[in-house]
Structures are given as structure tokens and as C-alpha cells.
Write a protein that binds this ligand. Structure first.
Ligand SMILES: [Zn+2]
Length: 414
């Protein structure tokens, strides 16, 4: 086998063969491989039929996977042909998408690398600047997701995440059945979530949503009530518990501000203890809490209420849970603790959503898992240039579509 034949075999481009190979550039240099179609190999990109060559265009280059530390470029002058059906067209190149400047092989490797490692490490491995990498990434993910339809959405979760410093938020919609992200939108206002329901889902799809899970924010609840006629609203357990914990912490902060130096000693180290779930409480914690009962009645009272509230999630029967919630809220209102009273008002307003959890046991737990992944994604891409880059990585790692699987199979190298 001659050298050129071997290169052609390695490249695996249907209808094309390597005709020449040379080094270019300073130092190590890049490898340039000139390719040429077999005789009469030019085909229409739309129908695949052969056509007469009208014009030979100026040469173009496509970046391919590196070999022995050198970047490989494909060098080819595309031909313009006349297709009997479609008229004048630039011939299709089997190694890349029309307009792309990198081959499918490189795109696939890049996607797999970005799934597994930080963007700058991937850029280093592939021998390209980080900016080039994120440009290719954005283009490939955009291309693959174009025309992708959301399907079989029955249980959805809606949540907000911050993606950059300075209170920049994105709204994320999850498919809780399959634990993946189906949509990312800019901002956390009502119009953002309205846009999702308007643009992404048909009336039929909206009617098919059975359960919708979110936090206690009016924005998301309002949108769900408006757009999903058949959905049962379930308030996410983790968000309810978080709101209660925050209320208890508010009481602690109040007391800390009012206390004198002598009293503050007794209040030290309480912050995380108050947040702790009863199942993870140690003996030492119990002793500290006993001491707190004498030291500060108000914090102790707030903590007791929080501790009792945990029982709610153990109920199996909705009527029993409802009775418990009534008793608890009445007790909390009598506590004379303003932050807790505020919490009770929210709980009473959204009692149906909270009790729906007891019945259905659906939480954003899957979403919480995804949130963890999103946090990793966030750490991984140092310095996002915007929401687009962030959304790219979310779709790549926890999206509803297996993106690398969309690249033609014969170009998958891993
Ligand atoms: Zn054609």
C-alpha cells in the first residue's frame, strides 16, 4: 500500500481520497492533507445526485483531530455543480457540516472531552484556544438541538439557578421522570417561564402534564396554574424546608443582634446546628439544645417548631397531614416569632401544594440531583461569556438529548 492510499484509508471519507500531504507553519508544524473526490465524485448536498462541475472554488481548510501532537488540516477546493433538480450547489463534503470549519470527528471528540473535563483542559488536549473550543461547542450543540422536540413530558420541575456573579439568573425546566433538563431560559421573571410554555409546548402537550413541581414563588405557581390545566401543583419539599430553616435562622440573627457580649457566648455555634435534620443529630447537639432551652427561649421555641414540622413528611394519609398542618400552623402563630409567622402565612396560602406532596411523594429531588451537576458544570467552565455558554454545558451534561450520539457513527472515535 502506498503512503497516500494508507492516509485515504485512515481518513475514511466516502468518495474522497488523499492526494498530497505536507507540513506547514513554524516549529513542529501542522499537517496539511489535500483531498480530492474520486472521478465524478461530486454530489449535490440535497439529493446526493451527481452533477456537472461548473466552477472550482478557492481552497478551504477543515480542522481535524490531532495526530502525534500536530494539528491536521484537510485541504480541498470545493466544486460547484449543477444538479438537475436543485440547480447550482456547492458539493457536499462527507467529513463536515456545510459551513463548518471542523470535521465531524473533531466535533465528536470535543463533545466527549467537554462532558468529562473542564473546558480549558479540553482545549489544551485538543490543541486549540479555549475561545475556538467554545465557539465550536456552541455551534455544534445549536445544530444538534435545532428542531429537537420535547417529548413525553408528564412531571415537570421548574427552578431558578444563578449562573454568574451579580444576580444573573436562569430558569431551568426539568423532566422529573427522566431526570434531565429540557429547557433553559434567561431570567427568572414570569415572561421567561411563559416563553417556555408558549414556544416549546403544544396545547396537547400542556394538557398532558400531570404534575408540576416548583418552589413557593408566585411566578412559577402562577405560570403553572395558567398553562397546565390538568396539572396538580406540588410544592417542592426541599424548598419548603429551606424557607422554614431560613425563618428559624432569622430568629437566631435577631437574638444575636440584641444580645450583649455575655449572652452571645451561649449563642455561638448554633447556626448549622439549627439547620440540621433530626436524623443527623449527635449526642453533643442534644446537650447544646438542652442548654439553649435555658439560655434563649425564643430561639429554642423556633427550633422546636422546626423540629416538629419534620413529621409532616411522614404522613401517608392526606387528611392526617392536613390535621397536623392545621395544628402546627396554629401553634406557630402563637409563638410570637415574626419570621415564623411570615412562614405560616405562606404555608397556609399554598397548603394544597404542600399536602399534594404527601399524596404524590413527588419532589424536585431529581432536580436537586441535577442542580448538583449544574454546580459542577459551573465550576468546570471557568469564566462563562454568557448564558449561552452555560446552557451549552447544561445540555451537554444533563440535557434530554444525547448530543454526541447525533454525530454520524463512523466519525465516533471513542
Ligand atoms: Zn440536488
Amino acid at each position: 500500500m502506498t503512503g497516500m492510499k494508507l492516509v485515504s484509508k485512515l481518513l475514511k471519507f466516502k468518495g474522497f481520497r488523499a492526494v498530497n500531504l505536507w507540513f506547514e507553519g513554524k516549529g513542529v508544524g501542522d499537517i496539511i492533507v489535500a483531498v480530492k473526490p474520486h472521478k465524478n465524485g461530486c454530489r449535490c448536498p440535497q439529493c446526493g445526485r451527481r452533477g456537472k462541475i461548473v466552477r472550482i472554488m478557492p481552497p478551504r481548510r477543515w480542522r481535524d483531530v490531532r495526530v502525534c501532537g500536530r494539528t491536521v488540516w484537510l485541504h480541498h477546493s470545493p466544486r460547484e455543480i449543477r444538479c438537475p433538480t436543485h440547480g447550482r450547489r456547492v458539493e457536499a463534503s462527507p467529513w463536515a457540516d456545510p459551513g463548518a470549519r471542523s470535521t465531524y470527528r473533531l466535533e465528536y471528540l470535543l463533545l466527549r472531552c467537554c462532558q468529562a473535563m473542564p473546558q480549558n483542559a479540553a482545549a489544551q488536549m485538543l490543541g486549540m484556544p479555549t475561545s475556538t473550543l467554545s465557539d465550536i461547542l456552541h455551534r455544534v450543540i445549536g445544530r444538534v438541538r435545532q428542531g429537537h422536540q420535547i417529548r413525553d413530558l408528564k412531571k415537570i420541575g421548574i427552578d431558578e439557578i444563578s449562573y454568574a456573579k451579580g444576580h444573573k439568573y436562569a430558569t431551568v425546566v426539568y423532566d422529573l421522570d427522566r431526570s434531565c433538563v429540557v429547557w433553559v431560559g434567561r431570567g427568572k421573571a414570569r415572561q421567561t417561564i411563559d416563553q417556555f410554555f408558549k414556544d416549546e409546548l403544544s396545547l396537547y402537550q400542556k394538557a398532558k402534564i400531570k404534575w408540576a413541581c416548583c418552589d413557593m414563588s408566585e411566578t412559577f405557581i402562577g405560570a403553572i396554574l395558567q398553562h397546565c390545566p390538568n396539572a396538580t401543583l406540588v410544592l417542592d419539599r426541599f424548598h419548603v424546608v429551606k424557607a422554614l430553616n431560613d425563618a428559624v435562622d432569622e430568629v437566631r440573627k435577631e437574638q444575636w443582634r440584641e444580645a450583649c457580649a455575655e449572652d452571645r457566648k451561649a449563642l455561638k455555634g448554633l447556626r448549622w446546628l439549627l439547620y440540621r435534620h433530626s436524623s443527623t443529630r449527635s449526642r453533643k447537639d442534644t446537650i447544646t439544645l438542652k442548654a439553649l432551652e435555658k439560655a434563649n427561649q425564643r430561639i429554642y421555641r423556633a427550633w422546636r417548631l422546626k423540629d416538629e414540622f419534620e413529621q409532616l413528611w411522614n404522613y401517608k394519609a392526606p387528611w392526617a397531614a392536613k390535621r397536623f398542618l392545621n395544628t402546627w400552623t396554629t401553634a406557630a402563630l402563637r409563638s410570637r416569632l415574626e419570621p415564623l409567622k411570615k412562614f405560616v402565612r405562606t404555608v397556609r396560602k399554598h397548603a394544597d401544594g404542600i399536602l399534594a406532596f404527601v399524596e404524590i411523594r413527588l419532589t424536585n429531588a431529581a432536580a436537586e440531583g441535577i442542580n448538583r451537576i449544574i454546580k459542577i458544570v459551573k465550576n468546570r467552565a471557568s469564566g462563562f461569556r454568557g448564558l449561552d455558554a452555560f446552557a451549552d454545558l447544561i445540555f451537554l451534561t444533563v440535557g434530554d438529548l444525547d448530543i454526541p450520539a447525533q454525530i454520524p457513527a463512523r466519525f465516533r472515535t471513542l
